[in-house]
Design a binder for this molecule. Structure first.
Ligand SMILES: [Zn+2]
Length: 142
């Protein structure tokens, strides 16, 4: 479910991939302890307020299951808010500060840059917004 974790972050959800809590594959969304699980064997419900059972093996269908089960709408989606790699919040950074750290054509064509407060990865709207748009379009749910 690593891919599902990544996509949820692209859409802006605070998502922690806890690979092996109590022997389960779990994803924690929005610190609300909504756990996504692929098995029904969880006995210790104390670890979650809510649990979503994922049935599909296909990452994109898994995302669809989560969106449906959580009642996620387009207003809930916040692209440009989380680092895909480490889930930390990202913040605006001055264009001059990223010169030499992004490809030249990107620096020349983009004006808005964000950086991860944790791993320092740099994001720009061309890449990030387009990816979240693609995911939303593929979902075709909103
Ligand atoms: Zn990061």
């Amino acid at each position: 479910m690593g891919k599902l974790t990544k996509w949820l972050r692209i859409l802006g959800f605070d998502t922690v991939y806890a690979a092996n809590v109590a022997g389960e594959k779990l994803i924690d969304i929005d610190r609300d302890r909504i756990l996504l699980t692929r098995t029904k064997r969880i006995r210790n419900m104390k670890i979650a307020k809510k649990r979503i059972f994922i049935t599909s093996n296909h990452p994109f269908e898994q995302l669809r299951e989560v969106v449906l089960a959580m009642g996620i709408t387009e207003e809930d989606i916040r692209p440009f808010s989380r680092c895909i790699r480490c889930n930390a919040s990202i913040r605006l950074i001055e264009k001059n500060a990223v010169r030499g750290k992004v490809p030249d054509y990107v620096w020349e064509t983009q004006n808005t840059f964000h950086t991860c407060g944790h791993c320092r990865r740099i994001y720009w709207s061309g890449s990030h917004i387009q990816r979240s748009r693609d995911i939303i379009n593929r979902l075709g749910m909103f």
